[in-house]
Write a protein that binds this ligand. Structure first.
Ligand code: IPM
Ligand code: MN
Length: 354
């Protein structure tokens, strides 16, 4: 019988990206050996170093080259010697847009043994998924600046959505909620009391699609400010949250802190009909670079999400069980330098337990 095999593009990127990606690959390799499939990794050097050397942020062929892979595994983008925005927009956002990865899936899940700043909350209370729209809104809306540098400078950046973008995101979120099969509740996070055009569109589509095609799923609505409040006060209310690009960016950092911080928070930029890209939510952490102290669990969990997305569900579950065992019984903390183990040792521990 021929072995199933997947081609993975690896973009280690900047700072601690390469270190955490190496541990992710270590764990993925362990899972592939155990569960009998093959992973074939091809590395790309996109990032700050390459930009500083060549002056090119991203080759124009990048997206079409990456489309030939089954998935993309990314470390971190962001370099201390490059002005903020150039690499983020030129690499990360450009790839999300050009590969039409219109969903950003960000689970907020507190693993056993992990400290949360939410008093009296445990793993049973913090376990939900944020579905962030990932290719529209204010991130790609029209905008510009006039009279720059004068007292009359005008700057505009608009939150633009069309129905197609909203509907495909909301449908995906309903599907996730159904597949999860927990509280069967999808919450829309918006701001219908102020952004009366854009979130009116979101809200109408949400109820129309839900009423017609997902009668088994309960619908709730929260303003974004209230969402933040309840994510802190009553996270157990949430099952799946769907929201736009900007609000999704903000609330998932809040969610990440409640699940133990950037050392553990993982995400996937998904094109359900194309190639998807998996990345830790945290940045390139320049101050920890090369010290073997950064926590690789977020990258490892991104790898786990990648396997789940590829259909290797049993392997993904085994990685998650191993991660939980490590958080529950080994690590002293999830913070860089305070784990009680080095980056590579944490990778070893998870790989061994798969
Ligand atoms: C994220 C990041 C990016 C975003 C930045 C780096 C462009 O914050 O993945 O959440 O805003 O989407
Ligand atoms: Mn962010």
């Amino acid at each position: 019988m021929s072995q199933k095999s997947y081609r993975i593009a690896v973009l280690p990127g900047d700072g601690t990206g390469p270190e955490v990606v190496a541990e992710g690959i270590k764990v993925l390799d362990a899972a592939s050996r155990k569960f009998g499939f093959k992973l074939d990794f091809t590395h790309f050097d996109f990032g700050g170093e390459r930009y500083l050397k060549t002056g090119e942020v991203l080759p124009d062929s990048a997206a079409s080259d990456l489309k030939k892979f089954d998935a993309i595994f990314l470390g971190a983008i962001g370099h201390p010697d490059v002005k903020p925005g150039i690499l983020e927009k030129g690499i990360l956002l450009r790839l999300r847009f050009e590969l039409d990865q219109y969903i950003n899936l960000r689970p907020v899940k507190l693993y056993p043994g992990v400290e949360t700043p939410l008093r009296d909350k445990g793993p049973a209370d913090i376990d939900y998924i944020v579905v962030r729209e990932n290719t529209g809104g204010i991130y790609t809306g029209t905008g510009g600046v006039t009279m720059k540098g004068t007292p009359h400078e005008v700057a505009v950046q608009s939150n633009v959505y069309n129905r197609f973008q909203v509907e495909r995101c909301i449908r995906y979120a309903f599907e996730v909620t159904r597949k999860r099969n927990r509280r069967k509740t999808l919450a829309l996070c918006g701001k219908t009391n102020v952004l009366t055009y854009v979130f009116d569109l979101w809200e109408r589509v949400f109820h129309e699609v839900g009423r017609k095609d997902y009668p088994d799923i309960q619908r709730e609505y929260y303003h974004v400010d209230a969402t933040c409040m309840w994510m802190v006060k009553n996270p157990e209310w949430f099952d799946v949250i769907v929201t736009d690009n900007m609000f999704g960016d903000i609330i998932t950092d809040l969610g990440a802190m409640t699940q133990g911080g950037m050392g553990i928070a993982a995400g996937g930029n998904l094109n359900p009909e194309g190639v998807s890209m998996f990345e830790p939510i945290g940045g390139s952490a320049p101050k920890y670079t090369g010290k073997n102290v950064i926590n690789p669990l977020a990258a490892i969990c991104s790898g786990m999400m990648m396997l789940d997305h590829l259909g290797e569900t049993a392997a993904a579950e085994a990685i998650e069980r191993s991660v939980m065992d490590v958080t529950a019984h080994k690590l002293k903390s999830l913070s860089a330098g305070k784990m009680g183990y080095s980056t590579t040792e944490v990778g070893d521990l998870v790989a061994k337990g798969v």
